[in-house]
Design a protein around this ligand. Structure first.
Ligand code: BEZ
Ligand code: FE
Length: 303
């Protein structure tokens, strides 16, 4: 690197990629290497800073487990998971706009949002209309949540899987609190012949993402708070369609404009309404119902 020829140096690293690398590596790694080198040079990164970053990732990996992925959490606070999610959701439309693909550009699918760390597989399917609040939550805003799942042709989709999860009033998910009953504020449903699902859940509350480790360290360094606006997660699966992973956000919540993980999309902000007098809740929810929310979803064709 005589005469500090940074650009020749970066070229030499890019050119070291061998002929047997996959087409994707050959396409993406030169971009990755060039952008990282550009950042290091422009920010004039020191050895101490580089080691600090490496140690942060080592620590994040070391405390990660099946129950907690701190590395993903680090990417979340840097806006990476949300950006990748948007790229995934818009890939077909972007290619169509560039004339690379035709098709589903005309579809108007529901926006997706990040999965987050609290998804759980294997949750049993329960009948439509039943409640996902598995222990009494005195005074909590019980909510009738219902809607229709539409396919790419605009018709209601029967037998679609609708997986729903949100935090309890204390701001924690079931898996974060051993004292909570299994699947508290979490449940799976199958849409009926008219593509409809329904349940009783709670109007969720804003909560902090786990900030006791590497992600929290980063937030502190950047003088940022760890809170997410109140939201409900959905995972919707149907034959012939792309699985939709998304969240809806309470219009009355704090942090809509400064979500710690940058997942809010305008079209995913929803308005809870007072519960209709005509609604008959499941027995265990009688006298507790406060709100209702109709939330329909539009899926896109499988790629
Ligand atoms: C969540 O919404 O559950 C979540 C997303 C990203 C990081 C932490 C939590
Ligand atoms: Fe969440």
């Amino acid at each position: 690197m005589s005469n500090i020829d940074f650009s020749a140096y970066t070229d030499s690293v890019v050119n070291a990629i061998g002929p047997k690398a996959s087409p994707r590596v050959k396409q993406a790694f030169p971009i990755l290497i060039r952008k990282i080198h550009e950042f290091l040079i422009e920010a004039d990164v020191t050895t101490e800073e580089w080691m600090e970053a490496c140690n942060l990732m080592v620590e994040a990996g070391a405390i990660s487990s099946e129950k907690r992925n701190e590395v993903v959490l680090v990417t979340d606070v840097l806006g990476i998971e949300s950006l990748v999610n948007t790229l995934d959701q818009t890939r077909v439309q972007r290619k169509a706009a560039n004339g690379v693909a035709n098709s589903s550009a005309k579809e108007n699918p529901t926006d997706s949002a990040i999965l987050g760390p609290f998804y759980r597989s294997g949750v049993p399917v329960q009948p439509n209309g039943t409640c996902i609040i598995r222990q009494d939550e005195p005074g909590a805003p019980y909510t009738h949540l219902f809607g229709t799942i539409y396919g790419a042709d605009g018709k209601p989709l029967p037998n679609a899987l609708v997986d729903i999860w949100h935090d309890a009033p204390d701001g924690f998910y079931d898996a974060q609190s051993p004292e909570k009953p299994e699947y508290h504020c979490r449940g799976r449903f199958k849409t009926d012949a008219e593509g409809r699902y329904s349940t009783v859940c709670l109007r969720p509350t804003a909560y902090p993402i786990p900030f006791d480790h590497s992600a929290g360290k980063l937030l502190q360094m950047m003088d940022r708070h760890p809170y997410r606006p109140a939201h409900i997660h959905f995972w919707i699966e149907a034959d012939g369609h792309k699985t939709l992973v998304t969240q809806i956000f309470d219009s009355d919540s704090d942090y809509l404009t400064d979500d710690a993980v940058f997942a809010v999309r305008d079209k995913l902000i929803v308005y809870f309404q007072p519960i209709s007098k005509d609604y008959t809740p499941p027995k265990e929810c009688e006298g507790k119902m406060k709100f209702e929310l109709q939330q329909d979803f539009h899926l896109q064709k499988a790629e």
